[in-house]
Design a protein around this ligand. Structure first.
Ligand code: ATP
Length: 354
């Protein structure tokens, strides 16, 4: 099986807009088919027979023209040159392969022998396939990739809306000092779902290459407000644990989808221990509220949460705030405005999210 980073690397090389993909697409449209070895080493030489040694610059046009010859094309390892064309590949015939046509059997076996990726364009099936480590990966057309990316984007948008809703609910609970472990678990669960979908989205964007620019912008926009959410939650809630360093949302990354659906398991992973009572009240320090909702600079937020528990901060007067080191009239007003924004956000909360 292909490792995901390796697959990504080669999918990027074959993303729409890259010279290699342009050449392969030309061959696909010309319906001639091709067998292309993506690299050259001594093992490639050992399994090569006949053909023409070329050593010319790689261009999509040259690839398409040379694919008209019977046989395989060999590229340099940096893919910038065409080393040879019309080559007959003779890898050992006893290497296992599930492929049937000779082009695809040879591609699979050559990839196994040489350790290099081999690409085929099938003349009869109009598909582009990547062979590597005994695995065949069909490269989707731009249309297929775009539609898959759009489906993921739509799902991501729905999950983001739900995360926004639980965060708004959390604002109100934090202001009213009513947060329980269950609320934090709910936010963490939604955040992890958003993170996973966003990662999948990035994969689609990478494989879409130049065709993915618009999707990339939409993805960025959707994710803009969550860039530092995991860190802010950590700063707000880690202090509730006996061992604060245990609290990190990253620990949910290898949870299965089923485990993620269990509030008790998520609470345990976040560091609250096995069978934690989910209605246990917990306290937020106010870092997320002041930074993300109040839009105060990080250094000022640090100063405030160190000096005041969240509830006392709401009761602090401008004169009280000005007693803080480095806080003058302007900054004190800035803080009051931020606190106003926070309370407004808390009172404009939507209905209870389930
Ligand atoms: N060992 C090989 N070395 C180089 N080229 C090969 C080799 N085997 C097949 N080919 C090329 O593949 C072409 C098509 O072969 P064949 O139709 O048997 O394969 P296939 O896997 O069914 O491919 P397609 O899906 O394109 O029809 C051959 O004409 C030849 O150019």
């Amino acid at each position: 099986m292909l490792s995901r980073p390796k697959l990504r690397q080669y999918q990027r090389l074959m993303a729409p807009g890259t010279p290699l993909r342009a050449g392969l697409d030309r061959i696909l449209h010309g319906r001639t088919g091709a067998l292309v070895v993506l690299g050259n080493n001594s093992k490639v030489q050992q399994v090569s027979s006949g053909g023409f040694q070329l050593n010319v610059e790689f261009t999509p046009q040259a690839l398409r023209e040379l694919a008209k010859l019977d046989g395989a094309i060999i590229l340099s390892t940096d893919l910038t040159r065409i080393v040879a064309a019309g080559v007959h590949l003779v890898p050992a015939g006893d290497l296992p392969t599930a492929e049937t046509g000779t082009r695809h059997r040879s591609a699979d076996r050559t990839a196994q022998v040489t350790g290099l990726p081999v690409v085929t364009v099938s003349a009869s099936m109009s598909t582009i396939s990547l062979f590597i480590n005994s695995h065949r990966h069909v490269i989707e057309t731009t249309g297929q990739m775009t539609s898959r990316a759009n489906q993921t984007l739509a799902t991501l948008a729905r999950v983001v809306t739900r995360l926004d809703a639980v965060l708004e609910q959390l604002n109100a609970l934090e202001v009213g000092e009513q947060v329980t472990i269950r609320d934090l678990v709910q936010v963490s669960h939604r955040y992890e779902m958003v993170r996973r979908l966003s990662q999948e989205m990035q994969f689609h964007i990478d494989t879409l290459g130049v065709e993915g620019r618009l999707t990339a912008l939409q993805h960025q926009e959707l994710m803009a407000s969550f860039g530092d959410l995991a860190q802010l939650l950590r700063e707000d809630y880690a202090h509730n644990l006996a061992e604060p360093e245990l609290f990190t949302l990253e620990r949910l990354e290898n949870f299965s989808a089923d485990e993620l659906l269990s509030p008790s398991l998520v609470a345990e992973r976040l560091g609250f221990g096995p069978n934690a009572y989910l209605e246990t009240p917990i306290k937020a320090r106010g870092v997320r509220l002041l930074t993300a909702v109040g839009r105060l600079p990080a250094n000022l937020v640090d100063k405030l949460v160190e000096r005041y528990p969240l509830q006392e901060l709401f009761g602090a007067s401008v004169a009280d705030l000005m007693k803080l080191d480095g806080v003058g009239t302007a900054r004190a007003r800035l803080i009051r405005d931020a606190l106003l924004r926070v309370t407004e956000a808390a009172y404009s909360r939507p209905d209870q999210v389930t």
